[in-house]
Ligand binder design. Structure first.
Ligand code: NAP
Length: 276
């Protein structure tokens, strides 16, 4: 078994994830795994970084596929005995002019952004070693979408005692409510992406609390963040930040020094803790 520290970035064959891998290859003292659901796209991205003189490693990972997540988990367990840094970056968004029915957009978006991310956490968080760092890439859109939820939902999503099961029930209810065309009546905002990222931010707050309760002595720091508005296939060419600039906050959180005890359980953008 290798004692080398190891970092994994989900959805890193392009965009912000690729820029996070590039930065970690330069700054993280260990093995850095570029992961992709499609091995061809993943290997092409690895080759691109190799041409830049970097040495990322590759592992397949589709966060929609529990078998794929568990294969990575078993690989990390066997080869490294755990994991030091996990960046949950993989995500999807329908374009604003997409004509796919809203209920389908809700189901598909929540499936990857919330349920996929949650499944990766369920399988990989138990592997995180002492002083490990976990970064869940959410979005400022989670904050604006929260502001457009009913008071009752806002209270639940800001609660310091909400459980993961309760959050899963709420995210499931959103998808069901869109199918029955009652989501707005039920207090939800009209944004599937926004609700999925509320899920990611709230999940991060819950997971940080669980780490405090169960593994306080392990000094693990877990946060959600927004990379900013970044020029990628998702956000388009008019966004304000380059992928490298978008990677700055996630990388800052992934490389928080071992003597840091904060931020933890926070929502961070531009390296600054934001009020949830
Ligand atoms: P992107 O260029 O579209 O890249 C998304 C990445 O996620 C791709 O590598 C994609 O793989 C991967 N992915 C999607 N579904 C996956 C799955 N089921 N399993 C594994 N990988 C999957 O988007 P981006 O702008 O870099 O976004 C990265 C993260 O930042 C996302 O979580 C996004 O919501 C968040 N974010 C972005 C912005 C922005 O302005 N760009 C702002 C706020 C937050 P494929 O190539 O196979 O599709």
């Amino acid at each position: 078994m290798s004692n080398v520290p190891v970092a994994v970035v989900t959805g890193s064959n392009k965009g912000i994830g690729l820029a996070i891998v590039r930065a970690l290859c330069k700054q993280f003292p260990g093995d850095v795994y570029l992961t992709s659901r499609d091995p061809g796209r993943g290997q092409a991205a690895v080759a691109q970084l190799q041409e830049e003189g970097l040495r990322p490693l590759f592992h397949q990972l589709d966060i929609d596929d529990l078998q794929s997540i568990r294969a990575l988990r078993d690989f990390l367990k066997e080869k490294y005995g755990g994991l030091n840094v996990l960046v949950n970056n993989a995500g999807i968004a329908f374009k604003v002019n997409d004509t796919t029915p809203f209920a389908i957009q809700a189901e598909v978006t929540l499936k990857t952004n919330f349920f996929g991310t949650k499944n990766v956490c369920t399988e990989l968080l138990p592997l995180i070693k002492p002083y490990g760092r976990v970064v869940n890439v959410s979005s400022m859109v989670s904050s604006s979408a929260l502001g457009r939820c009913s008071q009752e939902l806002q209270k639940k999503f800001r609660s310091d005692t909400i459980t993961e099961d309760e959050l899963v029930q709420l995210m499931t209810k959103f998808v069901e409510d869109t199918k029955n065309s009652v989501h707005e009546k039920e207090g939800w905002p009209n944004t599937a992406y926004g609700v999925s990222k509320i899920g990611v931010t709230v999940l991060s707050r819950i997971q940080a609390r669980m780490l405090n309760e169960k593994r306080k002595g392990d000094h693990i720091l877990l946060n959600a963040c927004c990379p900013g508005w970044v020029r990628t296939d998702m956000a388009g060419p008019n966004a304000t930040k380059s992928p490298e600039e978008g990677a700055e906050t996630p990388v800052y959180l992934a490389l928080l020094p071992s003597n840091a005890d904060a931020p933890h359980g926070q929502f961070v953008s531009d390296k600054t803790v934001r009020t949830w």
